[in-house]
Design a protein around this ligand. Structure first.
Ligand SMILES: *[C@@H]1O[C@H](CO)[C@@H](O)[C@H](O)[C@H]1NC(C)=O
Ligand SMILES: *[C@@H]1O[C@H](CO)[C@@H](O)[C@H](O)[C@H]1NC(C)=O
Ligand SMILES: *[C@@H]1O[C@H](CO)[C@@H](O)[C@H](O)[C@H]1NC(C)=O
Ligand SMILES: *[C@@H]1O[C@H](CO)[C@@H](O)[C@H](O)[C@H]1NC(C)=O
Ligand SMILES: *[C@@H]1O[C@H](CO)[C@@H](O)[C@H](O)[C@H]1NC(C)=O
Ligand SMILES: *[C@@H]1O[C@H](CO)[C@@H](O)[C@H](O)[C@H]1NC(C)=O
Ligand SMILES: *[C@@H]1O[C@H](CO)[C@@H](O)[C@H](O)[C@H]1NC(C)=O
Ligand SMILES: *[C@@H]1O[C@H](CO)[C@@H](O)[C@H](O)[C@H]1NC(C)=O
Ligand SMILES: *[C@@H]1O[C@H](CO)[C@@H](O)[C@H](O)[C@H]1NC(C)=O
Ligand SMILES: *[C@@H]1O[C@H](CO)[C@@H](O)[C@H](O)[C@H]1NC(C)=O
Ligand SMILES: *[C@@H]1O[C@H](CO)[C@@H](O)[C@H](O)[C@H]1NC(C)=O
Ligand SMILES: CC(=O)N[C@H]1CO[C@H](CO)[C@@H](O)[C@@H]1O
Length: 840
C-alpha cells in the first residue's frame, strides 16, 4: 500500500512539473514578438542612442542597457533615466509597448512639453517620477488610469491647472509630491484650485506634499480621512479659512507644515493628540488665540514654529515638557508674560527665537542649562533687568540678539569667552558700565551696542569685527586706531570721543602714537604677547586693591599666606578661593602659564582663572609666604639666617638682571618690595607680582603715573614721571637693606648723611647672631651695594647686571670686622664701587 502511494505522488509531481515547464515555454514564445516590440520601441525612442549601437546579437540585449531592468521573461519592468538628458524625446516613447512596466523614473532629464496622455496605458505602473523637469500643461486625465500607482512625484515642473478629481482612483497611492519646496531657483508648479475632494479616497496616502502651489480654499475636510498620513506639507499655497481641528486627529503625522498661507482661527487643545508630531510649522498665517497648554503632550516635537501670526497670551510653562525641542520659533506674535524659567529643561535647544512679542520679566538665570543653544533672539520685547552672567554658560552660542528691550546693568564680560560667538546685538537698551575688553576675543562679525548708556573708553579690540556700532552711548576718550576705517556713524551720539575720524576732534599730542606703538610691539614681540594679557590681568588686580598700595602695608599678612602675593592681606581666605573655583575646577581656568619670562627666581604663573566677576592668578605655591611676613615673625626671622638672607638678596638681583637685560623689550617691575618677594620652604627667594610691571619702550619717554609702594619709591619719581630700570635698582637697595636690618630701613635712608658714626654691625638684624667671618664678607658686599643702589641720582646707581655679576664673582672685598665698618665708610666704598660700574 505504501509503495503505490509514493509512486502516485511521484507521478503527480512529475505531471505538475511538466505542465509548469510547458506553460513557461509557452509564455516566452507567446511574448517573443512582444519582446521584439519592446526592443524596437526602446530603439525608436532615441533615449539610448549612445548605447544602442552596442549589440551582441541577442534579442534581449536591451535588458543590459543603462537604466533598464527586465523581469525573468525578458519584458521591461523598470526604466530609470535619472539625469540622462532626454529633452523633447518624451513624445517618441511608445508607452503602449510596455505593458509590464512598473517603474518609470525620469528625474531631472530635461523633459519638455506636456505629459503624453498615452502614459495612461502603463497599467502596471507603481512608481512614477517626473520631478525636476520643464514639463508644462495640465496633468493628463489618463494619469488617473494608473490605478496601481503607489508613489508619484511631479515636483519641480511647470504644471498648471487643477489636480484632477479622478485622483481618487489611485487607491494604492501612498506618496504624492507635487511641490517645488526644496529649491528656489526653479519655477513653481502652479497647480490651482481647491484640494480635490476625491483626495479622501486615497486612504492609503502617508506622504502628501502639495507645497508651493496656488492651491486655494480652505483645508479640505477630506484630509481627515487620510488616517495614515505621516507627512503633510501644504506650505506656500493660498489656503484660507480656520485652522481645522480635524488635523489634530491625524495622529500619525510626524511632519505638518502650513507655513505661508492665510489660515486663521486658533490652535485648539486637541493638538495634544499629536503624540507622533516631530515638526510643526505654522509660520506666516493669521492664527490667533493662545498656545494651548496641551502643547506639552507633544513629547516628540523637535521643531515648533509659530512665527508671524497673531498669537497672544503667555508661553505655557508646559512647553518645557517637549524635551526634544531643538528649534522653537515664536517670534512676531503678541505673546505676553514672562519667559518660563523651566524652559531650561529644553536642553537640546539649538535655536530659540521669541523676538517681536510683548514678553516682559527677565532672562532666567537657568538659561545656563542650554549648552547647545546657538541662536538666542529675544529682541523687540519688554525684557528688563540685567543680562544674567549665566548666559556665558551657553557655550555654543553664536548669535545673541537682545536689542530693543529694557535691559540694564553691565555687559557680562564672560560672554567674551564664548568661542563661537559671531553676532551680538544689544542695541536699544539701557545697559551701562564699560565695554568689556573680553568682547575682542570671540570671532565677532557683528557687534551692535548702540543706544545704551555705556561709559568709559572704547577698548582696542574689534579690528576684525565687520560690522560695529557703538553710537549713542556715553563713551569717551580716544577712538583707537584699529577703528579708523569705521564710518563716523559708528561713534556718533557719544559723550566725548576723539580720534582721527571725520567729525571728531583730534586727541592730545602723542597718545595715538604711543597706542600704535603698543600695538606694534604686540605684533613684533609675539612671544611676549602673553605677557600683555598677564599685565591686563594685573591691572585688574591693581584696580581691586584700590588705594591700599599707597598706604604702606601695615596689616600683617598671615604666616605663609599663599595669597599674600595678591595683597589681599588674608581677607580672602584660602577656603573662599577653593570654594569659588570649585577646588580649582578646570572649567574656571582660562589659561595656563608658560610665559616667556622664565627665571628660576621668578615665581611661576601656573594659570589664571575666572569665576563670576573675579579673576585669580594661580602661582607656584610659596610655602613661606612673603619676605615681609618672614621678617616680621621672630621665630621665622631667626630661622632665616645670614646665609639664607644673602642668597635671597642675590637671587633677587639675578631675577632683576634677567628682566632688565635679558628680556626684549626690557621689563621694569616697578614694585620690588618685601611683600613681593616670596620664599619657598627652603627660604629661597622669588620675585612675584607683576601687577605693575611695564615694558620699557626704547623710543618713548616712558612717562607714567607714579606707581609703586610708599617707602620704596625712588626719589626721582617725586619730580619726574620717567620710569627706568634704575627705579627697580633703588627698590632693590631698600629690600636688601631691609633683609640685613630685619625691618624696613625707613629713617636710616633719610638720616644716612647725619649718622656717620653708626657702625654696620649696629644696623644688622639683632635677632640673629653676628655673621661669621665667611658670611661677613658677603654682608659687607651687600651693604655696600645696597647703599650704592640707594643713590639719589638714578645715573649714579649701578645696573642690575653689574650687581648680579658682582655677586657671582668670587673675589670678595677685603674688609675689616663688621663692628669696625661705619656706614660712612660704606658710602665711600659705595663711591668706589660706582666709579667702577660707571667705567664699565
Ligand atoms: C551610434 O551609431 C550612430 C549611427 O550609426 C552614430 O552616429 C553614433 O555616433 C553611434 N554612437 C556611438 C556612441 O558610437
Ligand atoms: C550580450 O547580452 C547578454 C544579454 O543581455 C548579456 O548578458 C551579455 O553580457 C552580453 N554580452 C556582451 C559581450 O556584452
Ligand atoms: C506603438 O506600438 C504599438 C504596438 O505596441 C503600435 O501599434 C503603434 O503603431 C506604435 N506607435 C508608434 C507611434 O510607433
Ligand atoms: C528648464 O529650462 C530652462 C531654460 O529653458 C533651463 O535653463 C533649465 O535647466 C531647465 N530645467 C530643467 C530641470 O531641465
Ligand atoms: C483609461 O481608462 C479608461 C477606462 O477605464 C479608458 O476608457 C481610457 O481609454 C483609458 N485612457 C487611457 C489614456 O489609457
Ligand atoms: C513661485 O510662485 C510664487 C507665486 O506665484 C511667485 O511669487 C514666486 O516668484 C515663484 N517662485 C519662483 C522661483 O518662480
Ligand atoms: C499609524 O501608523 C501605525 C504604524 O504605521 C499603524 O499601525 C496605525 O494603524 C496608524 N494609525 C492610523 C490611525 O492609521
Ligand atoms: C477667517 O478668514 C475667512 C476668510 O478667509 C473669514 O471669512 C473669516 O471671518 C475669518 N475668521 C476669523 C475668525 O477671522
Ligand atoms: C528654526 O526655525 C525657523 C523657522 O522655521 C527657521 O527660520 C530657522 O532657520 C530654524 N533654525 C534652524 C537652526 O534650523
Ligand atoms: C529643525 O530643527 C533642526 C535643529 O535646529 C534644524 O537642523 C532643521 O533645519 C530644522 N528644520 C527646519 C525646517 O527648520
Ligand atoms: C546713564 O548712566 C548715568 C550714570 O552712569 C546716569 O546718571 C544716567 O542717568 C544714565 N542715563 C540714562 C538715560 O539712563
Ligand atoms: C501577440 C503576438 O505577437 N503573438 C505572437 C507570439 O509568438 C508566436 C510564435 O512566435 C507568434 O505566432 C504570435 O504572433
Amino acid at each position: 500500500m505504501a509503495p503505490s502511494v509514493s509512486i502516485s505522488i511521484l507521478v503527480l509531481a512529475l505531471w505538475v512539473l511538466c505542465i509548469f515547464t510547458h506553460s513557461a515555454t509557452m509564455v516566452v514564445s507567446a511574448n517573443s514578438s512582444a519582446l521584439e516590440l519592446e526592443a524596437k520601441a526602446l530603439l525608436e525612442s532615441g533615449w539610448w542612442s549612445w548605447w544602442s549601437n552596442y549589440t551582441n546579437g541577442s534579442s534581449l540585449s536591451h535588458c543590459a542597457w543603462r537604466g533598464i531592468k527586465c523581469k525573468d521573461g525578458g519584458s521591461v519592468i523598470e526604466i530609470d533615466m535619472e539625469e540622462v538628458y532626454l529633452g523633447d524625446k518624451f513624445r517618441k516613447f511608445n508607452f503602449s509597448s510596455f505593458p509590464n512596466l512598473q517603474v518609470l523614473y525620469l528625474y531631472n532629464t530635461g523633459l519638455q512639453g506636456s505629459i503624453p496622455p498615452e502614459i495612461g496605458t502603463l497599467s502596471k505602473l507603481t512608481s512614477l517620477s517626473l520631478s525636476m523637469n520643464n514639463l508644462t500643461g495640465n496633468l493628463p486625465l489618463s494619469l488617473t488610469n494608473l490605478t496601481q500607482l503607489e508613489a508619484c512625484s511631479i515636483q519641480y515642473n511647470l504644471f498648471s491647472g487643477s489636480i484632477p478629481d479622478e485622483l481618487g482612483n489611485l487607491k494604492n497611492l501612498r506618496y504624492l509630491s507635487a511641490s517645488n519646496n526644496q529649491l528656489t531657483d526653479l519655477s513653481n508648479n502652479t497647480l490651482t484650485g481647491p484640494i480635490p475632494s476625491t483626495l479622501s479616497l486615497l486612504t492609503g496616502l502617508s506622504y502628501l506634499d502639495l507645497s508651493s502651489n496656488e492651491i486655494s480654499g480652505s483645508i479640505a475636510s477630506e484630509i481627515r480621512f487620510l488616517k495614515h498620513l505621516e507627512y503633510l506639507d501644504l506650505q506656500q499655497n493660498k489656503l484660507t479659512g480656520p485652522l481645522p481641528s480635524f488635523l489634530w486627529h491625524l495622529t500619525n503625522l510626524t511632519y505638518l507644515s502650513l507655513n505661508s498661507n492665510q489660515i486663521n482661527g486658533s490652535i485648539t487643545a486637541e493638538i495634544g493628540n499629536m503624540k507622533n508630531l516631530e515638526e510643526l510649522y505654522l509660520n506666516y498665517n493669521d492664527i490667533a488665540g493662545q498656545i494651548p497648554i496641551t502643547i506639552g503632550h507633544l513629547i516628540k516635537l523637535r521643531n515648533l514654529s509659530l512665527a508671524w501670526n497673531q498669537i497672544s497670551g503667555s508661553i505655557p510653562a508646559e512647553i518645557a515638557n517637549c524635551i526634544l525641542l531643538q528649534n522653537l520659533t515664536l517670534s512676531h506674535n503678541y505673546l505676553t508674560g514672562t519667559i518660563p524659567f523651566n524652559m531650561s529643561n529644553l536642553y537640546l535647544l539649538v535655536y530659540l527665537d521669541l523676538s517681536y512679542n510683548n514678553l516682559s520679566g527677565f532672562i532666567p538665570r537657568t538659561i545656563s542649562h542650554l549648552t547647545d543653544l546657538e541662536t538666542l533672539s529675544l529682541n523687540w520685547n519688554q525684557i528688563s533687568d540685567s543680562i544674567p552672567i549665566e548666559i556665558a554658560d551657553c557655550r555654543s552660542l553664536k548669535h545673541l540678539s537682545l536689542s530693543h528691550n529694557y535691559l540694564t546693568g553691565n555687559i557680562p564680560f564672560l560672554i567674551g569667552y564664548l568661542h563661537f560667538l559671531n553676532a551680538v546685538d544689544l542695541s536699544h537698551n539701557n545697559i551701562s558700565g564699560d565695554i568689556p575688553f573680553e568682547l575682542g576675543s570671540p570671532p565677532l562679525e557683528l557687534l551692535d551696542l548702540s543706544y545704551n548708556n555705556l561709559t568709559g573708553n572704547i577698548p582696542m579690540f574689534s579690528i576684525s569685527i565687520k560690522e560695529i556700532n557703538l553710537s549713542y552711548n556715553s563713551l569717551q576718550g580716544q577712538i583707537p586706531n584699529g577703528y579708523l576705517n569705521c564710518t563716523p556713524y559708528t561713534f556718533i551720539g557719544n559723550k566725548d570721543l576723539c580720534g582721527d575720524i571725520q567729525g571728531f576732534r583730534p586727541c592730545f599730542r602723542n597718545s595715538p602714537n604711543s597706542f600704535s606703538k603698543i600695538v606694534h610691539q604686540i605684533k613684533i614681540v609675539v612671544p611676549l604677547s602673553f605677557f600683555l594679557v598677564f599685565l591686563l590681568l594685573g591691572f585688574i588686580f591693581l584696580s581691586r586693591r584700590g588705594d591700599k598700595k599707597t598706604k604702606s602695608d601695615s596689616s600683617e599678612p598671615k604666616n605663609g599666606d599663599l595669597f599674600s602675593i595678591w595683597n589681599y592681606d588674608g581677607k580672602i581666605a584660602y577656603e573662599d578661593i577653593i570654594e569659588a573655583t570649585k577646588d580649582f575646577d578646570i572649567s574656571y581656568c582660562i589659561g595656563t602659564g608658560g610665559y616667556e619670562i622664565r627665571h628660576r627666581n621668578i615665581v611661576k604663573l601656573l594659570g589664571y582663572c575666572l569665576h563670576n566677576r573675579c579673576m585669580f592668578l594661580i602661582y607656584e605655591y610659596m610655602e613661606r609666604g612673603s619676605l615681609f611676613s618672614v621678617l616680621s615673625n621672630n621665630v621665622e626671622a631667626m630661622e632665616f639666617d645670614w646665609m639664607k638672607r644673602m642668597n635671597v638678596i642675590k637671587s633677587t638681583a639675578h631675577a632683576l638682571c634677567y628682566m632688565h637685560h635679558e628680556c626684549v623689550p626690557a621689563i621694569v617691575h616697578r614694585d620690588i618690595t618685601s611683600n613681593n618677594i616670596l620664599l619657598n620652604s627652603e627660604l629661597e627667594g622669588f620675585v612675584s607680582d607683576f601687577g605693575m610691571a611695564k615694558f620699557l619702550d626704547p623710543d618713548s619717554s616712558n612717562q607714567t603715573l607714579v606707581a609703586g609702594t610708599y617707602g620704596y619709591l625712588a626719589p626721582e619719581l617725586a619730580y619726574t614721571m620717567v620710569v627706568t630700570e634704575k627705579c627697580d635698582v633703588y627698590n632693590f637697595g631698600v629690600v636688601a637693606l631691609e633683609i640685613l636690618m630685619g625691618r624696613h630701613p625707613g629713617e636710616l635712608m633719610t638720616s644716612l648723611s647725619s649718622s656717620q658714626s653708626v657702625m654696620l654691625n649696629d644696623i644688622l638684624d639683632q635677632r640673629l647672631p653676628p655673621p661669621n667671618r665667611l658670611v661677613a664678607k658677603d654682608v659687607f658686599l651687600v651693604a655696600a651695594i645696597s647703599f650704592a643702589c640707594l643713590h639719589t641720582k638714578p645715573k649714579s646707581r649701578p645696573t642690575m647686571k653689574w650687581v648680579s655679576q658682582e655677586f657671582l664673582s668670587h673675589k670678595k672685598p677685603v674688609t675689616n670686622p663688621l663692628h669696625s665698618v661705619s656706614l660712612w665708610q660704606l658710602r665711600n666704598q659705595e663711591n668706589y664701587i660706582i666709579g667702577e660700574s660707571e667705567t664699565q
